[in-house]
Structures are given as structure tokens and as C-alpha cells.
Design a protein around this ligand. Structure first.
Ligand SMILES: [Zn+2]
Ligand SMILES: [Zn+2]
Length: 179
């Protein structure tokens, strides 16, 4: 869509305040850079001229869906193919994690103040020299520092193959932190 898109009349006599840099051609709320780089979680939303926040959902962000990939990861000499998620929104944008819940808790970690190691999910950051490679050829490094139930810990290796009666505590999504 052209950048000459007319600025719509806001209700109640408010005027739209457009971003200063090149606006996104597909939404009214972000710059082109923010939507191209999926950087919504760091972007500020526009406001009406009286300071009222613009609260309509961003169509670009709404359309951004996580992308499933397969990661071939080697840890302590053992290689596994992991189903992973490439995140497209939120603070994990551009990073991989293993799946939610039990299926993704494929690592063992030592957790501060816990007697027993826990099974935790993994998070991977893109790195051209990373030790692990996904099915698109992108290379990744495993983030060894984890948080489990609010306690810091460190991944030490693979979790053993899962059994039906395995009752390990689950890592919740927000236990990757909010930073
Ligand atoms: Zn946009
Ligand atoms: Zn937007």
C-alpha cells in the first residue's frame, strides 16, 4: 500500500499522531522498521493529540504467528532432533524455545536451593557460530541459564527419555522471565 494513505478522521475530533519515521504501510500504529523487525514489544504506541492512547490491535502483530522448526542439537555428545518454536512476537521474538509443557522439558538443570535436578524447557539464541542447527540452516546457541519456579539454575544435559509416570514439575511460559 502506498505511504500516501490518507490519515483517517479519528472520532471525537481527535487527530492521529503518526510515527516520525517511515510509517508501516500495513498498519496505523507502527513504523515500517518495527513491523519489519517484529519489534512490537519494544515500540511505543501512538496517541491521540490529547494523550489518549491508541489501543486498536496492530494487524501486523496479530498476523505474526510462531513458526515451527526442527532443531538438531548436540549436548554432552548426544544428538537429538527437537521440535521447536521460532517466536514472532513478545520478548522472545527471533529466538527458539522447545515446546510448552512436558513435551518441551527436554533438558535437566541444577536449580539453586533444590535438592534434585529439574526438567526444563530450552531457549536458543541465533548465532552464526552456534553449536546447533535448525532445518532452515540457521545456527543457534542454547541459553544455559534458566529460571525454574523463580529460582535461577543452569542446564547440565538432556533429560532422560520421558515415562508416563514422570511427574517432574513443569516450566511455565513466563519462567523464561519477562526481560
Ligand atoms: Zn505494521
Ligand atoms: Zn502496527
Amino acid at each position: 500500500m502506498p505511504n500516501s494513505l490518507p490519515i483517517p478522521e479519528a472520532p471525537d475530533g481527535h487527530a492521529w499522531v503518526r510515527p516520525e519515521s517511515t510509517p508501516c504501510p500495513a498498519c496505523l500504529c507502527h513504523t515500517e522498521r518495527v513491523c519489519t523487525e517484529h519489534d512490537w514489544h519494544r515500540a511505543s504506541r501512538p496517541e491521540y493529540s490529547d494523550g489518549t492512547p491508541y489501543t486498536e490491535p496492530c494487524p501486523c502483530e496479530e498476523a505474526a504467528v510462531p513458526e515451527p522448526r526442527t532443531l538438531t542439537a548436540t549436548l554432552n555428545g548426544t544428538t537429538r532432533d527437537l521440535p521447536v518454536i521460532l517466536h514472532r512476537r513478545g520478548w522472545l521474538t527471533g529466538q527458539l524455545t522447545t515446546l510448552n509443557g512436558h513435551p518441551g522439558a527436554v533438558f535437566t538443570a541444577d536449580i539453586d536451593d533444590l535438592d534434585q535436578p529439574a526438567h526444563v524447557r530450552g531457549r536458543f539464541e541465533a548465532d552464526p557460530d552456534g553449536a546447533h542447527q535448525d532445518d532452515t540452516g540457521t545456527r543457534w546457541n542454547l541459553a544455559l541459564q534458566v529460571s525454574h519456579g523463580g529460582r535461577p539454575g543452569r542446564i547440565t544435559g538432556w533429560a532422560p527419555p520421558r515415562h508416563a509416570d514422570n511427574a517432574q514439575p513443569l516450566l511455565q511460559q513466563d519462567e523464561f522471565g519477562t526481560g
